[in-house]
Design a binder for this molecule. Structure first.
Ligand SMILES: C[S@@+](CC[C@H](N)C(=O)[O-])C[C@H]1O[C@@H](n2cnc3c(N)ncnc32)[C@H](O)[C@@H]1O
Length: 356
């Protein structure tokens, strides 16, 4: 008696294998486990070896010797990840054929384990709340995976916002810029053309990786440093930067006052902040579709100004530029220019920290 679960993917065998290995490594890492892939690979939970690769056939099978219970070292099982061709794709199956005696031989205990550890989390994962959160995280709130990495490396539809910010910011070569939530680093790449120095954080490991790859030259010249970090606890000393930027991030921030206060703290006297956030007119459009739309906070102009003042900024104001010209400049296709027309596309919060 064992456990078997499978999913059918519209991917060929080799793509399914590579995707699963990459995604499983990332997902286990989030859960505090390390999957070292390959012929001599293993699965670690802290310093404990839980599984050891005993069969590795790319596109076909991964076989693990599994030590599910360190208090019963003789209890060794096999866990198989199997890849089989099916019409139009690949079936991926995870199977542990024998359960063994860890839970005793009581069917009730196994039923309880299956219900609470497998079936209930699976049902929750497929229900609207968790699925909506997963999609929102995956695509925008904490982007991860191959599609997100490709998108944020060159986010064409964000470039009009970048242009609007850069126009207001007027970067000089002696500026030291902070970007909070830098995604794949495309804004940084444009900003660094001014000759300035910069630092950036993002809480997505994948985004930090992409942003680093895209801006490799600036990093090696010590003009840029990118870290994994949270907007509400910036890893920099007080009064470090001359200016700060946040674009496409603020609507996801759960403690906006804390985030703005942190930016103010790390700005030097006279330092300026320019923040772009999508306005509520975008809710439900391709710029802010579901399930992201209902997980984003859309602000009134006045709310943004008040938050900035509460955080200690002076001269706070909101501008709503016409993004259409910027959209034309960056090459948004004609049929999508409508998304950028008028002043409903987004808000620029512009604020300054008083000079010391
Ligand atoms: C929609 S993406 C925008 C990325 C980039 N600024 C752009 O415009 O292309 C939002 C980014 O903010 C990051 N982010 C969201 N909340 C964050 C937080 N609390 N701390 C740090 N980064 C955050 C996400 O990981 C993601 O990379």
């Amino acid at each position: 008696m064992g456990i078997r679960t499978s999913i059918d993917l519209k991917l060929d065998l080799s793509s399914a294998f590579n995707a699963l290995v990459g995604e499983l490594s990332a997902a286990l890492s989030e859960l505090g486990m390390q999957f070292e892939a390959g012929v001599h690979g293993r699965v670690m939970e802290g310093s404990t070896e839980v599984g050891r690769v005993i069969g590795w056939q790319p596109g076909e099978q991964i076989l693990l010797e599994w030590h599910g219970a360190d208090w019963q070292p003789a209890e060794v099982a096999t866990v198989e990840l199997r890849f089989e061709p099916i019409e139009g794709g690949t079936r991926v199956t995870l199977e542990r054929p024998e359960w063994g005696s860890v839970l005793g031989d009581q069917g009730d205990e196994l039923a309880g384990w299956f219900a609470s550890e497998v079936a209930a989390p699976l049902l929750r994962a497929m229900a609207p709340g968790r699925l909506g959160d997963w999609i929102t995280d995956r695509r925008a709130r904490r982007p991860s995976g191959a599609q997100a990495r490709a998108f944020y490396r060159d986010p064409l539809y964000h470039r009009p916002n970048f242009k609007a910010i850069l126009q207001v910011l007027g970067l000089r070569h002696d500026d030291y810029l902070l970007e909070v939530g830098c995604g794949g680093g495309a804004f940084l790449e444009e900003a660094l053309r001014s000759g300035c120095k910069a630092a950036a954080i993002d809480h997505s490991r994948d985004m930090v990786r992409v942003a680093g790859e895209l801006n490799r030259a600036a990093i090696s010249q010590n003009r840029l440093e990118i870290r994994e970090g949270e907007a509400d606890s910036l890893p920099y000393p007080d009064a470090t930067f001359t200016c700060a930027v946040m674009t496409g991030v603020f609507g996801f921030i759960s403690n906006p006052l804390k985030a703005l206060s942190e930016i103010r703290r790390v700005l030097a006297g006279g330092g300026r902040l320019v923040l772009f956030t999508g306005s509520k007119e975008l809710r439900g459009t391709p710029a802010a579709p579901e399930p992201m739309a209902s997980r984003l906070h859309f602000y009134e102009d006045q709310e943004l100004v008040e938050l900035a003042r509460k955080a200690g900024f002076d001269d706070a104001k909101v501008e709503r530029p016409d993004f259409e010209q910027f959209a034309r400049e960056v090459g948004i296709p004609e049929e999508f220019l409508g998304l950028f027309k008028g002043n409903a596309g987004g808000q620029l919060l512009i604020a300054r920290k008083q000079s010391a």
